[in-house]
Design a protein. Structure first.
Length: 422
């Protein structure tokens, strides 16, 4: 006989699952996804009824359920091909239980229709930024994504206009975003500050609310950029299979980052017209700063680009961007692509381990590594700034810290040797 507390808990879990499924139905989730989530939630409810402890809460039950899904001897709850779905479904349950909604992933958030009043605000804000703030397209995309996520949070709480926002709602929304990295959260708050200043200018919100929102700050630590050793970069490049169209493209992309230190955005938007073959130079306008940049085209990089253009890139396309998708439709690489999959794939093939402490090594880390090698070679800071396309030499100081901390590590090692010798 179950105790009254256990019966009440099971009823609350069933109600939670019902509300989550109802919330999913109001969003742009595919029916197949909703069916899969429903199936996983039913398994979780059965697990809770059969194995739940007397005073066990939702978080503890979810943790034990996920362990059961991975247990080799338990065929009923083991999901070799569906463990990701189990984590996804239980995340929806826990987030909804705490916040009354759950964070929508980027592609889903774009597909959900906003309430007419909120959609009008977002449209007006977009037009204002484009005409008065002179934001670049990349900045507008990020800000619109962050604001749309906030508006979807409002809709999940039956709020259809910006006038109804108060400090309590802001705090509640920020609580749903706290698991994010501090840098990501700081960028999202920056987007919302910009929105609320716009709403204040229109008279939609009060100055007191904007002042309260300005108090939300996130400390942004300044970690050292991840740096590749010279031999690891060589191993990474050697791991690329340049006999395939994908390999030819990826090899040219990696060389642009490793040899020239180009940003991801500039590599994605690099055009055929940016290559001056006669002068052996690349001339482009930087997507981040809008400043012109001119860099030398080495023989190795030039050969890699020619190989891709002649034998890897589709020849029947009208697109002027150099790098295109490897499969149909043969379009320029998406704005959301950061090339992290390219780095991960060839790093694994090359057997290059992550240096301690483990750091994320995206394509941008090759830019950091180039800066480090230039510093080691004694290159003047203004020259490094011009190569990396920095607006000022102050932006280069982050990379100088790499060399300083490396020297500090060497000094500590020498001190230990002297101490042992004594």
């Amino acid at each position: 006989m179950k105790s009254e507390a256990v019966v009440r808990r099971d009823e609350m879990l069933e109600d939670l699952v019902s509300r989550v499924l109802q919330h999913l139905a109001g969003l742009a989730y595919m029916e197949s996804t909703r069916v899969s989530v429903h199936r996983c939630c039913k398994r979780f409810l059965r697990f809770a009824r059969e194995r739940g402890g007397e005073d066990e809460g939702l978080t503890s039950l979810v943790d034990r359920y996920l362990v059961a899904c991975r247990t080799a001897g338990d065929r009923e709850y083991r999901e070799p091909s569906g463990q990701r779905l189990a984590r996804h479904a239980t995340r929806l349950l826990t987030e909804f239980a705490v916040h009354g909604c759950f964070q929508l992933r980027g592609k889903i958030a774009k597909q959900v229709a906003l309430a007419p009043a909120l959609d009008a605000v977002l449209s007006d804000y977009r037009a204002f930024c484009a005409s008065h703030m002179q934001h670049r397209r990349g900045t507008l995309v990020i800000r619109e994504r962050d604001i749309r996520r906030f508006f979807l949070f409002l809709q999940a709480h039956d709020i259809g206009s910006a006038e109804a926002v108060d400090a309590r709602l802001l705090s509640k929304f920020i609580a749903t975003r706290t698991p994010k990295q501090s840098t990501v959260l700081s960028m999202e708050l920056s987007s919302l500050r910009s929105l609320f200043r716009f709403l204040l200018m229109r008279g939609t919100v009060s100055a007191e609310l904007v002042e309260q929102f300005a108090a939300f700050r996130v400390s942004r630590p300044q970690p050292l950029p991840a740096v590749w050793r010279r031999d690891d970069v060589k191993s990474l490049l050697a791991a690329v299979d340049r006999s395939s169209p994908v390999g030819k493209r990826d090899y040219a992309i990696l060389l642009l980052a490793a040899q020239l230190g180009l940003r991801v955005g500039d590599i994605k938007t690099l055009r055929l017209d940016d290559i001056s073959w006669d002068e052996a130079q690349i001339k482009l306008t930087q997507s981040k700063t809008g400043s012109p940049l001119r860099l030398p085209l080495s023989e190795e990089l030039g050969a890699a680009l020619i190989d891709y253009l002649q034998h890897g890139r589709p020849s029947f396309t009208a697109h002027r961007q150099i790098f295109l998708r490897a499969h149909a439709p043969f379009q320029p690489l998406g704005a959301d692509s950061k090339f992290g999959d390219i780095i991960s794939r060839y790093r694994r093939l090359a057997g290059v381990p992550l240096s301690p402490p483990p750091r994320w090594r995206g394509l941008h880390s090759l830019r950091h590594s180039l800066a480090s090698r230039l510093i080691e070679a004694g290159t003047p800071v203004p020259v490094i700034s011009s190569i990396l396309g920095h607006a000022t030499s102050e932006s280069t100081e982050t990379y100088i810290r790499i060399d300083v901390d490396s020297l500090r590590g060497v000094a500590l090692d020498l001190a230990e040797e002297v101490q042992h010798a004594a």
